[in-house]
Ligand binder design. Structure first.
Ligand code: IPM
Ligand code: MG
Length: 367
């Protein structure tokens, strides 16, 4: 199969973790007889510096012409001075919108052996295996008006949270189908005691639920969901929520399972899927070869699964990550004090090595 992919390394640790993701893609292509056609483009701060636009036209065109996009991270304090429409984050939001990717899947799994990395007690996090289905193109991220008015001292800033029924409906279907493929449990998270958007959210999710009588639907307010996520994370399964709540809860889920650095994500439902680690650009460690590439590599696995329907390949990548963590290999974010840690590149190479071994025992690989 032709794997026609645009890579957008971006800022901070984005480029170094993306390189390790590409290393794994290369290995998969070689092992399974696929042809990797990779096109690297600028986004975010890197694009701003190169061409004064956080999402240059040629980047967008390349993304739209490919079958999947692999993104590193965008942003950094150097870009705080730019007006809001030129910020690196604006480039990413525009990309999501142009691609039409309204469904952001963010799994968070506590790998055996990583329980000790969580700030929570091991017995609390053990077995945590959840997925947040985050609405990605609506809510307060995109609602209009958004503006700051007035003179310094009396400025007023406005953001608008806004949802249309169809936006809630389409993401709810994705979440119900995800629940059907898992434990048939779905929790929808909102703030329906305060927000109109959330009341509409709850009403539409309840209507969609009629199509899925086999799924047990519950609702929870976001504040109590945040509490439950640290108190009883292993009871969560599929969580459906709107854009900003999903942004916040997914970072929290990262800490719960040991490190945000190990989480990948898939943004789907549009013309071309976007695959990116959940962590940000971490500018303080950018370029130091200490970042954890597992989030990027997990995103590659999700890309193989969702963009190319290559389930065996995706599972091999996931098995390789699991194996490497089982051997005790640790990047800096998941090493405990006194434990030695691997660089970004070394971790990627270990996972590549494990992938070669896993694939040896996979009948799918052409001999
Ligand atoms: C994320 C990030 C982005 C978001 C930023 C960089 C725009 O935090 O993917 O979670 O808020 O969606
Ligand atoms: Mg975030």
């Amino acid at each position: 199969m032709l794997l026609n992919i645009t890579a957008l390394p971006g800022d901070g640790i984005g480029p170094e973790v993306t390189d390790e993701g590409i290393k794994v893609l290369d290995t998969v292509a070689e092992l399974f007889g696929h042809q990797l056609q990779l096109n690297k483009k600028n986004i975010g701060g890197a694009a701003l510096l190169a061409s004064n636009d956080p999402l240059p036209a040629d980047t967008l065109q390349a993304c739209l012409a490919s079958s999947a996009v692999l993104l590193g991270a965008v942003g950094g304090p150097a870009f705080d001075k730019y007006p809001s429409h030129l910020r690196p984050e604006a480039g990413l939001l525009r990309l999501r919108r142009e691609l039409g990717v309204f469904a952001n899947l963010r799994p968070a799994t506590c790998f055996p052996g990583l329980e000790e990395c969580s700030p929570l007690r091991a017995e609390v996090v053990r077995g945590t295996d959840l997925v947040i289905v985050r609405e990605l193109l609506g809510g307060i991220y995109f609602g209009e008006p958004r503006e700051t008015k007035g003179a310094t001292g009396s400025r007023i800033a406005t953001d608008t949270m806004r949802y249309a029924e169809f936006e809630i409906e389409r993401i709810a279907h994705i979440a119900f189908r995800m629940a059907q493929a898992r434990k048939r449990k779905l929790m929808s998270v909102d703030k329906a005691n305060v927000l109109d958007c959330s009341r509409l959210w709850r009403s539409v999710v309840n209507s969609v639920a009629r199509h899925y009588p086999d799924v047990a639907l519950t609702h929870m307010y976001v504040d109590s969901a945040a509490m439950a996520l640290v108190a009883r994370p292993s009871e969560f399964d599929v969580v459906l929520t709107e854009n900003m709540f999903g942004d916040i809860l997914s970072d929290q889920a990262g800490a719960v399972v040991g490190s945000l650095g190990i989480l990948g994500s898939a943004s789907i439902g549009g013309k071309v899927g976007l695959y990116e680690p959940i962590h940000g650009s971490a500018p303080d460690i950018g370029g130091k070869n200490v970042a954890n590439p597992i989030g990027a590599i997990a995103s590659v696995a999700m890309m193989l699964r969702h963009a190319f329907n290559l389930e065996a390949e995706a599972q091999c990548v996931e098995a390789a990550v699991k194996k490497v963590l089982e051997t005790g290999a640790r990047s800096r974010d998941i090493a405990r004090s006194g434990e030695s840690s691997l660089s970004t590149e070394q971790m990627g190479t270990r996972i590549k090595g494990a992938l070669l071994k896993v694939a040896e025992n996979t009948p799918m690989v052409p001999g």
